[in-house]
Design a protein around this ligand. Structure first.
Ligand code: PEP
Ligand code: MN
Length: 263
């Protein structure tokens, strides 16, 4: 079902008036985790003014250490939805467990399945049965085939609105957090009709590398970008080192606009 052999024309996923997989790339941006309401509302309005189309923010955070900030949970979902409403943007958030599916569907317009859950097959089947677009991140060390078969689980349950997200894979390099797989971007556009979003924030783990790799991903055929942004990255409760300050994103959005990016 995910293959272009069966469906040569590319799938376009509509979220509000935003088309993901259409002619022009989309930008999804926001903090790694939802933190404080006033801050997020202000950031969301800024992002909207820059031309960002979808607001991101994690409420349930799959952190490596149990002692790290775990996210605000249901409160985070409410804050994210409020910020999206205030700014007039659809929102995306990660679903980490089937127990949270009803509340995530209540507050978000796109469901994110994170890398650590890419092969959580029961979760994939559940999101295959809802009428919401699903952004499926590539697993930490998943092959393209494993990733596409994970997407197949969702389509096989009847949900055709799957967006793939390349976010880097584990390699031997330690300078960067992950190795953003540019090959995967080009290969997936050949193999599958599904839209593909690039996440150079997790793909590099280093703020200064995010935008160069974002440009490379778009050049390789990505249908858009997911970028972590924080008003004060040095104080972020998660993923500060890879988060852009809003000013840097604003300059980049101007550059994209020059190249005709927008919903
Ligand atoms: C995230 O988007 O904040 C996230 C946790 O990403 P990943 O699943 O790619 O690590
Ligand atoms: Mn993150």
């Amino acid at each position: 079902l995910v293959s272009r052999e069966n469906k040569p024309d590319y799938t376009v996923v509509r979220v509000g008036d935003c088309l993901i997989g259409g002619e022009t790339p989309v930008v999804i941006a926001g903090p790694c985790a939802v933190e404080e309401e006033k801050m997020l509302v202000e950031l969301a309005r800024q992002l909207k003014r820059m031309g960002v189309q979808v607001l991101r923010g994690g409420a349930y955070k799959p952190r490596t250490s149990p002692y790290s900030f775990q996210g605000l949970g249901a409160d985070g979902l409410r804050i994210l939805a409020e910020a999206g409403r205030a700014a007039g943007m659809p929102v995306i958030t990660e679903l980490t467990d089937v127990r949270y599916l009803p509340e995530v569907c209540r507050y978000a317009q796109i469901i994110q399945i994170g890398s650590r859950n890419m092969q959580n097959f029961e979760l994939l089947k559940e999101v295959g049965r809802v009428g919401y677009p699903v952004l499926l991140k590539r697993g930490l060390s998943a092959t393209l085939e494993e990733w596409l078969l994970a997407a197949e689980y969702i389509l096989a349950e009847g949900n055709p609105e799957v967006i793939l997200c390349e976010r880097g894979i584990r390699g031997f390099e330690t300078y960067t957090r992950n190795t953003f797989d540019i090959n995967a971007v080009a290969a997936v556009k050949n193999l599958s009709h599904l839209p593909l979003i690039a996440d150079p924030s997790h793909g590099t783990g280093r703020r200064e590398l995010v935008l160069p790799v974002a440009r490379a991903a778009l050049a390789a055929g990505a249908n858009g970008l997911m970028l972590e942004v924080h008003p004060a990255p040095e104080n972020a409760l998660s993923d500060g080192p890879q988060s852009l300050p809003p000013g840097e994103l604003a300059v980049f959005m101007e550059e994209l606009r020059g190249a005709g990016v927008g919903c």
